[in-house]
Design a binder for this molecule. Sequence first.
Ligand code: C2E
Ligand code: MG
Ligand code: MG
Length: 910
Amino acid sequence: MLTWLNRVWLVFLVVVLAVGGWLGYADWQQIRHQYGTNLLAMAAAVADGTHLFLNDAHNSMLMLGNEVDREGVNHSITTRQALEKYLALEHNFAAIGVRSWQGSPVAVGADKGLLDALLSPSGRGVQPPLKINPEQHRLLDHCWRSPGFCMGPPVQTTSMHTREGAWMVPLFLQTQILDHGVPKPLRMVVLLPLQNGQLPFWAALPLPQHGSIFLLRNGGVLESRYPPPTKTSFSIRQNGIAAQSIFAHQGAQSDVYYGLATVVNQWRLGAWYRVAGYPLVAGAGLPRSVLVVAWWNRMTGPLAAMLTLLLLSVVGYLTVRRMARERIQEKAAAESLLWEAKERAEVTLHSIGDAVVTTDVSGRVTDINSVAESLMGYSRTEMLGKPLDTVFKIVREADHAPAANPVQRVLQEGKIIGLANHTILITAQGEERAIEDSAAPIRARDGTLLGVVLVFHDVTEKRQLTADLAYQATHDLLTGLPNRALFLDRLQQAVRAVTRQETLLLVGILDLDGFKQVNDRLGHDMGDILLREVARRTREALRTKDTIARLGGDEFGLVLPEIHHMEGAQHLANRLLQAIAEPMLLDGNSVTISGSLGFTVIPWDDGDQRSVLRHADMALYAAKNGGRNQYQFYEKTMDAQQEQLMEEITMTQEALEEQRLIMYYQPVVSTHDGLAPGQGVAPCQGVIGFEALIRMVHPQLGILAPAAFANALDHPRLARRIGCFVLDAVLTQGEQWHRDGLPLRMSMNISARHLLDPEFLNDMRAALAAHPDLAPEMCEIEVTESAPMLDFPTAQETLRACNNLGLRIALDDFGTGSASLSYLQKLPAQTIKVDQSFVRDILNDPRDFAIVAGVTTTANMLGLEVVAEGVETIGHLQLLKTLDCHAMQGYLFSKPMPADEVPGWVKSFN
Ligand code: C2E
Ligand code: MG
Ligand code: MG
């Protein structure tokens, strides 16, 4: 920029100077020409004047000669008079002299001596005061010898009358006059004084200021000059530039010369002109300084203009240069800012953790950072300039279909685009990377789109983690089945779908029968393996559209959509039960487990999700109650039952908490006349003991029997709590009676659920330990016949442990369940209580009689005590006696009574 400016300015300067120089030169040439012309005119005027003057002088001298001739030169006075008269007329002449052939010259005017000398016949006679040099002498000699008119060289006189050294130009005229008719020679000389070197008639000429005019002889001798020469002198042959010009142009009439006058060391311009009729050259000259002054005067205007121009240009140049400098500085500052910004951007680009790719408006890669390189698997050089699509290949996670290129969208829509979720980047090596990205337009200041910046990062791990978390959040980790949350979700979807479809949706709950016992017996690890195996089998048994989820513990949820008829539902349920019931090998043990299934069917069940599950649960409950290893479908009646159950449970729980549960006692008596065979404990005809029977004190209804809250007694939530209450209450009472001297056997009813509870033995031990005054042998636990069936091994084990503690064991309600006699053998029971339903009808129903008789006989054989329940009449008593059953319990003896009545009753009974 600056150099350019300098150049322009330099060129301008050169042009201005060149134009100025050319103008000056042209002007100079013009001035020279003009002055030359003037000088030539002047020289011509001088030459003309000289010619005229000499002609005049010649003529006047001729006339003077004639006069002298007429008057006669011998009459010298007369001649003198003529001369004086002549001189008076011709005031240009300083002196005049005549010499006739007779000898003595006549002279008038100044410098008579000089005249005398000049009038002498030849140079030989030249005397002082005439001082002449050889050149003067030659010329004078020429004039002396020449007839007629002749102009001599200037001579210097020393006369007293004239100024010392004044120069005179002698004009000669050699003529003849008649002396008495005979022509005689006559010489006439006129002296022309050089005043200030100029001939007299020059005074009329317009002499150039500072210039000179001169008259040279053809041979170069200086005749006259104004102003008078200082470096040379008159009558000396000149060899200056004027003379050289004249010599060089012998045939020319005139010429203009210009050159260095070496004598005066001065450049001069001059012109010469030949004087017509005389060997003379007139000239005029000027020193160059005059021309220079004139030129200068003419040039001041243009020069001033030029200088102004130059000055302006300098000012302009400096201003522009300063502005240019400022602009350069500004530009440099802006560039440095730009550089800094760019540097910042670049460093940022390469140091951020995200991959960044920028493109131009045609979608070609313009820049990328190292993260993008490593993520995409291409090198920078491979990518630069390539269309982005060729290196940034993305597909949708779900179906691997090509995903829309975000850069194209930004180019089309001109706004920031976030990438669709679940995008997969295919790297150069074909690897898949889950990415999240966004693309934004890059715009120029005026808003035009320059390109797009694409930012993305690898979320493979994050997405995997999210997927894992999502899986964990929705699946059971042990079995890999959906968990409760996902089950509910699927259920919701299925319920929604079923309203659109014309098929049935089965919602079920599967509960494994006796899983807890397996878990307790074989350990939790085996329990886990079993659950996994059950999960695998059930899944295999189901269709792909079916869902089986683990709801917790050994409980599974089922969503079975698109069932076309109930036969299909039953078939599916049977398949499930079969799959579960197949024996499986766990740690070398062959284990068989069963499942109970409760189903509800939508759309027949039009309840909401919660009630759907409740209904399935009720059906499951029914299946469990129905003997397990079966399925049940929900029926409307179940709802009422359930309601009642809930009521019972709430009521019982409240009673327990409010200590409104109390114990009644009913005696078990012996009617034997002697010792009963196989047993030495029971006294004959006396009280064997008391069975503790629970009662609830109801605020409104008074004392309630267990039938009013039987379900609560075996409910998971209450069974153990009530059991513990009974143990404590009964043992406390027994212990009290023992202390009071009433050693009675105390029988307690134990619910199946409490019996099979892992904590049962501990509860038992704790209760016994709390009542040390009551021997365990005086305690009996009554277990319903069906309880051990639920988990025979556990029941067997627990009962044995109870025996080991010293407790007696009675099998209650015997005959109602499916217990066989071989079953009796396997259980460590000491008493069998024949259910009152058989006893009641033995008088009328021979079948019942047969059953009671059979049981009694077998029990007696096994050495077990048989207690007949529900003995209400003497008839029953007598018939039972005949059957060899002597232990009895019933209203015949006493209804259950409060504890405080017991001692009195015992007394009166005895
Ligand atoms: P259970 O153990 O078989 O008890 C005998 C039931 O028969 C008693 O009914 C009793 O009052 C009744 N009973 C006795 N003699 C006669 C009679 O001559 N005629 C008639 N009709 N009934 C007679 P209760 O007290 O209502 O008890 C019913 C059942 O409730 C019991 O049957 C027992 O299984 C259960 N139970 C009673 N107390 C408890 C308890 O504390 N815990 C547990 N788990 N169950 C209990
Ligand atoms: Mg009982
Ligand atoms: Mg009973």
